[in-house]
Design a protein around this ligand. Sequence first.
Ligand SMILES: Nc1ncnc2c1ncn2[C@@H]1O[C@H](COP(=O)(O)OP(=O)(O)O)[C@@H](O)[C@H]1O
Ligand SMILES: [Mg+2]
Length: 371
Amino acid sequence: MSNVLAVQSLGGNKREAKRFSDASEESFRRFRSEAFIKLLTGLVWGLSFLFGQIIFFLVMAGYVIDGTFTAGDYFVLFYYFFVLSAVFSAFGGLYVELQSYIAGLRRVFFLLDLPTEKNSEGTTLPPIQSGIKMEHVGLTYPDGRRALRDINLEAKVGEIIALVGPTGAGKTSLAFLAPAFLQATEGRVSIDGTDLKDVSVSSLRDQVSYVFQETQLFSDSIVNNIRYGNQRATQEEVEAVARVAGAHDFIMALPEGYDTSLGTVTSKLSVGQKQRISIARGLLRDSKMLILDEPTSALDPETEAYLVDALNEAAKNKLVIIVAHRLSTITHADRIYFLESGEIRESGSHQDLMSIKGGHYRDYVMMQAGR
Ligand SMILES: Nc1ncnc2c1ncn2[C@@H]1O[C@H](COP(=O)(O)OP(=O)(O)O)[C@@H](O)[C@H]1O
Ligand SMILES: [Mg+2]
């Protein structure tokens, strides 16, 4: 997530991103030259100290012999020699030491200098009535990689929209545009006609539940993890969504049930179990827009059927966007967008798309069925 936020704060600014990767390279370069300089200075310093000592000893011995210095002077001068050489050695080391901090400092200031999200700036988005619309939307990541091109999409409250396509097609990137985790670099994303660029981020995200592809759980009890999006939910409500997400049974099998702390047990939960807890959290949060990124990847068919029913129920007063690859989930969608290489190749209902002979979606479905 922090990664996402960082990318998003970069705001698609290629130059900034380049500065950041330049900073990483600089860090490496400085580290390398630091190690080299340290080695070299250690060697040079050791040798010159030895030679300095010998020359000093010989010169001073000469002065003592010809009577310019007494033997006492000789020891005092030798003492000064050692003290001063220690000081100069420390100064020399300081320069080398500083090299490693400069690159680090530059990175810290780079992050501090990033523009903050417009949390409270911009207009407050009123409760979502109609839906979201994307017109000629394009997205290029700060590193210059293009993820989306000329996306035209519409999703209304009461609908289930499915994003389908191969890995790397841009489904997650597209889903990230709705809650403004990412901002379109081209085109216009609007909700009820208001451009998301003008909307305060917090008023938008208050109305969106997002179940991430990678689950995010906290070191707290399971019940608190599910309740995260809706603090006022009762125990019954929590258990109801956990049932829908197929999490109730395995939670009950844990020694402390819903009060089991994930801080100690998370390593014992499977990816699928963690995902179910995340789904339950997303379902519990009462928001106008529900986005699920590949939620069914770790669900068994029975749980999945349950979830599809729940989504159909939820979609009555919500806008549901689901990134999915399982057919049973997709076929229920009101509209499917088939993505490939960052572009929408086809859109329509399952029946519409299946009737296109040699169509991308049809091929995709056939391939799945053939497995
Ligand atoms: N943070 C990022 N920075 C740069 N490129 C990215 C980033 N995230 C994803 N991409 C690229 O964008 C493209 C679409 O990725 P993604 O939206 O995750 O696809 P999908 O969810 O369909 O598998 C891929 O080519 C991917 O490498
Ligand atoms: Mg993805």
